[in-house]
Design a protein around this ligand. Structure first.
Ligand code: SDX
Length: 429
């Protein structure tokens, strides 16, 4: 006997079905509420509202659990590669050796980008933010892949666009970096695996093939895996709602990139390192900055702290923090901002303000320090987040279409003016 919830409004009682997910989460299905009662629900920021049923990622913010297709993030970060995790997220299972080889072959043979894409860079003013460039360039891929605009694409036709997007985004991200330096772009090499190829295109030189440190490749795989998906966060919800209008894959992902740009979301990794550098320049007085973060009259927030869902440690932050120590030691880097970050964490986690509000370090708190150690400039951090999140966005977009979900169209409660009449401009005050 399935459970129902009862909603009493005035002298009427409405029975609402309760659904339970495979991890024991429960929801009250209100899809018929307005038809039955004339009422809608209001939940600004969707803090308590489920937008879909998904089989891709599960997280439990109370205890700090994160799983992709049922596999704990700790196992995947330790044992898998980013491309294998991308396959898992998009196709729903770990690939066999042959499937993985075919997937990597397909991707490596689509990494070239149409030469005319370079013309876009001539239009960007120098110093324009990499996230703005990335969103524009990914949206522009639809122009170079007109087949993606066809309605009613078959699964095979959708899959080709997915392969192209994963392949070309790594090339485009590296080109954005090279163009920011005024350096010539480096072309992909089919002999390299996905992450090595990305590092080759990003840090390689036109005149010679530079040796890509396997330690760096391993750290990059881990970082990209940790960012690969995260349920219905702001940017993923954006991808799903744009895709629900039957907009093409490139347009949907471009919209997700724009949502991720915000400093409250993916832009936090850039904001964290800028914050740590500011604290360092200010003499490293961590207590002063923690006090500012607590002061309601001060707009300063501790970037990289707090989370909409995690009310415990973000499991990704734990893994990244350890990887931080490992990579800095292996590369022989003594990064003062890491010491400030650790001190900031220690002070904040013993302060009642943060403890009461369950504000813990999130995925962005340490990731920027590793990106810096790997040689990336601060402005590229959120672009790297987007590169990691791409398979998750794609998986969620694909699931939404496979489930034939309706166009997203939330309701509202109107609180504006009523019964106004038009007046001539000469009579207005
Ligand atoms: C990501 O959703 C996802 O999954 C996102 C993400 C993913 O993988 O996709 O995990 C990636 O976006 C991580 C979050 C990165 N953002 C930051 O680090 C920015 C700093 N953090 C915050 O701005 C904030 O914590 C949010 C935006 C992350 C969450 O905001 P909520 O859930 O809407 O919480 P809130 O703003 O209502 O804050 C609750 C209280 C408030 O104080 P009171 O009004 O109760 O007195 O906590 C305070 C806030 O002022 N607070 C902070 C704080 N975060 C919340 N105070 C100081 N510093 C902070 N960082």
């Amino acid at each position: 006997m399935s459970e129902t919830a009862q909603l009493k409004i005035g002298d009427k009682t409405y029975d609402l079905p309760v659904i339970e997910g495979t991890e024991g989460e429960k929801a009250i299905d209100i899809s018929k509420l307005r038809d039955q009662s004339g009422y809608v629900t209001l939940d600004i920021g969707y803090k308590n509202t489920g937008a879909t049923k998904s089989a891709i990622t599960f997280l439990d913010g109370e205890v700090g659990i994160l799983k992709y297709r049922g596999y704990p993030i700790e196992q995947l970060a330790e044992k898998s590669t980013f491309i294998e995790v991308a396959y898992l997220l998009i196709y729903g299972k770990l690939p066999t050796a042959e499937q993985l080889q075919a997937f990597e072959f397909e991707i490596s043979h689509h990494t070239l980008v149409h030469e005319d894409m370079k013309k876009f860079f001539d239009g960007f003013p120098s110093g324009s933010h990499p996230m703005g460039q990335l969103s524009s360039l990914i949206g522009a891929l639809a122009a170079f892949n007109p087949a993606s605009l066809k309605q009613g694409l078959s699964a095979g036709e959708i899959n080709i666009e997915i392969i192209k997007l994963i392949a070309k985004m790594s090339t485009i991200v590296s080109w954005i970096y090279k163009k920011s330096l005024g350096h010539p772009v480096i072309y992909p090499r089919n002999k390299y695996d996905y992450v090595t190829n990305f590092m080759h295109m990003t840090f390689g030189q036109r005149t010679e093939d530079v040796e890509i440190d396997p330690v760096v490749v391993s750290a990059m795989n881990k970082l990209l895996i940790l960012h690969a998906d995260h349920e219905q966060n702001c940017s993923t919800s954006t991808v799903r709602i744009v895709g629900s209008s039957d907009a093409n894959l490139y347009a949907s992902i471009s919209a997700g990139i724009s949502a991720l740009w915000g400093p409250l979301h993916g832009g936090a990794n850039q904001a964290v390192v800028e914050m740590l550098q500011k604290i360092k320049e200010d003499g490293g007085d961590v207590d002063k900055w923690v006090a500012k973060a607590k002061d309601k009259n001060d707009p300063f927030r501790l970037m990289g702290f707090g989370h909409r869902v995690y009310k415990n440690f973000d499991p990704r932050a734990k893994i990244i923090k350890k990887a931080c120590d490992d990579i800095l030691e292996k590369l022989g880097i003594n990064d003062e901002t890491l010491e400030i970050a650790k001190k900031l964490e220690e002070v904040a986690l013993s302060d009642p303000y943060f403890v009461e509000r369950k504000l813990y370090p999130n995925v962005d708190f340490y990731s920027g320090i590793i990106y810096t150690a790997l040689g990336f400039p601060t402005e590229m951090f959120t672009v790297l987040f987007a590169l990691g999140r791409l398979p998750g966005w794609i998986a969620q977009w694909k699931e939404m279409k496979a489930n034939k979900e309706p166009i997203g169209r939330p309701r509202q409660i109107y609180v504006g003016e009523t019964d106004k009449n038009y007046t001539d401009i000469k009579d207005r005050k």
